[in-house]
Design a protein around this ligand. Sequence first.
Ligand code: GLV
Length: 408
Amino acid sequence: MIREMTNAESGRLKAVDMSRIVNVEDLRRAARRRLPRSVFDYIDGGADGEVTLRENVRAFQDVAFRPRCAVETPPPDLRTTVIGTPISMPVIFAPVGSSRMFWPRGEEAAAATAGAAGTIYSLSTLSGCRLEDVKKATSGPAWYQLYLCGGRDVASATLQRARDAGYSALILTIDTAVAGMRERDLRNGSKQLLTRKLGPMLPYVWQFAARPSWLAGFLRDGGLMKFPNVMLPDGPMLYADVSLALEQSTVTWRDLRWIREIWTGPVVIKGVHTAEDARRALDEGANAICVSNHGGRQLDGVHATIRVLPEIVDAVGGRVEVLLDGGVRRGGDVVKALCLGARAVLIGRAYAYGLAAAGGPGVARAVDILRSDIVRTLKLLGCASVRELNGSLVDAPRDWMPRSLTSA
Ligand code: GLV
């Protein structure tokens, strides 16, 4: 039986039995057992009624496979490239904010595992580890995700740092005009906990007492609640200031112009929900598009990402690569997205649950699960490589298809 320690440093914490982790939902349950409620709900939750959060996952079920059977299936080749960068499988790590809350030096642990798996790690602006340390932690490529918190000068300084540290592409997130309404955060007292004042915190601190091993790790890691990649004149931005900072620094298409002057590498526009915005992103010079609704954490009630993928792929017409995130929990979901035209997918919660459950080994388990799912799915579809995936291998509801494809 394979047993991985949840915390190699202390050796005091209970191990997660990896042989019992069969799918991403198992990692989710393990994360829930280890994390205080407010931290688990930060990962797990979405905006408002969480309709889009659920729909992102569910809508993959509306896509059915059409396999070719009785063909030879050598071990399938999962390798691909994304904006010119070779990766071992069509799965990239999405930017996930505050990962250092999930596990000590969480962004570094996740980046190291992404590198070892041969794929790209994307670092969120809202991360707890210094971007230079995260880049050093991975043997693979890394992308930097930008919010304009603190304004243009602060963002410019961070972009210079990211370029000097070796980040090879920039992700510009466009769907955060304000922070989404996360009802779970309100109920868990996240705002009060971030004040770090005993009075407001008191009704909510029970959740930490219930998770002493998490608390010990968090405190040993410095108990940091700052974002070292958002350097304001008086020091790093505090967790408590995020909502206001996002609201004061909405990204617009105009910003892409000055960002382009500082950042000469590729720019991925993330947060595209419609063909209209996809065309706009192309007009503004995007090098790739990420179909994303922020994992259902921003505007609730928008379509699932897999549902809008066909119209966006059609609008883009092959001019740039189209990526997708949202709802990916199984390798079969990855394969469906590729059949419908995505070049690769980004995973967020799927690896974040693993990180929160067991650190680097938990992330590695998430990647292994997805990788072996993809291999098995390709074999069962009769495909020798991800390059062979195409629309003839799936059926999707007719009303998902762009008019140009359904009018024939
Ligand atoms: C940050 O981007 C979040 O969704 O919490």
